[in-house]
Design a protein around this ligand. Sequence first.
Ligand SMILES: Nc1ncnc2c1ncn2[C@@H]1O[C@H](COP(=O)(O)OP(=O)(O)O)[C@@H](O)[C@H]1O
Ligand SMILES: [Mg+2]
Length: 337
Amino acid sequence: MSDSPISQHNQSGAPKSLEKNPSNEQKTQMEQAYRELQRKMRIAKLGEDIKHKILVLSGKGGVGKSTVATGLAISLAIKGMKVGLMDIDITGPNIPKMLGLDNTDLTVENEQIYPAIGPHGVKVISMAFLIEDPDKPVIWRGPIKLGAIQQFIGDVAWGKLDALIVDFPPGTSDEPLTVSQHLPGIDGVVIVTTPQEVALLDSRKSINFAKTLSVPVLGVVENMSGYSIKGKGSPNSIVSLIGPEGTPIECKCDEEGNWSMILDLFKKGGGLLAANELEVPYLGSLPFDPGIVRGGDDGVHRIVAEPDGDTAKAFDIIVENILNSLDGDSTNTLKII
Ligand SMILES: Nc1ncnc2c1ncn2[C@@H]1O[C@H](COP(=O)(O)OP(=O)(O)O)[C@@H](O)[C@H]1O
Ligand SMILES: [Mg+2]
């Protein structure tokens, strides 16, 4: 017989849980069972309450997954969407710091956690809010970590959202697997990669991983794709530059004499190559932008600091492409920069 409080019986045959004075242990068990049931109901409801759920993955760490996840969330919010951002990195959560929310206290009401409100109203939830000393690494053993993720999904009061972006820690597959098993109606994954051709190997790994999760690949983003430079010359003149490894570059000034270009720092096109070879959409590229590093340290996202800058524009194109692919438009409507 199961030892659930619901199915235990006393000597008279009456269920113990219906006794007038249940023991403290029984009460705790009943409360736990009730909480678990409520969580399951909330998780089931996430399917309808959150229209789109997008996971951001990469084959390895440090390629800009968190930067892309935060950028996508803010760009979608700028378009007027209600957006949530879930930082599933339990051992090194850094999204609150990137968004200037690191000293935020979360509200808990009726056993639900209310997310912090970031730029443009993005609702943010991260383990960083729940750990006391962000400088101390949190060491979780596998099952405890996965249990925490389930609670994370089921105990947050997201409300109605147009999109939820989920960011993951580097180099492990447990977290995306747990999220894919517990978050209903995932639209797909965005794979972040770097321009080098070796990125193909990493992207292939991520795409195969998405297949094992049975979630579609929305596309590949190439990050740190080139360096944006600007200058002034005579109106309509040609400016000559010497690029990396002595490559000559020419650039045309506009009618006011302004010129700007993206300088390729590495061999370009790893992301596009990966997308083509692996037959998934290419969503666009993000330039290498020192302002992104500064913004991450200062807690002001690059898109917020410079809404008309190259990085914000690049995010805008990526987001348009993602929205097209979510709406079921064919990949040939994708814009490529
Ligand atoms: N396009 C970019 N230009 C310049 N620095 C970047 C860019 N993308 C990410 N970074 C920097 O690279 C580092 C790693 O980025 P992060 O988003 O934390 O990667 P991940 O989440 O994949 O580990 C951070 O310091 C971030 O500011
Ligand atoms: Mg990260």
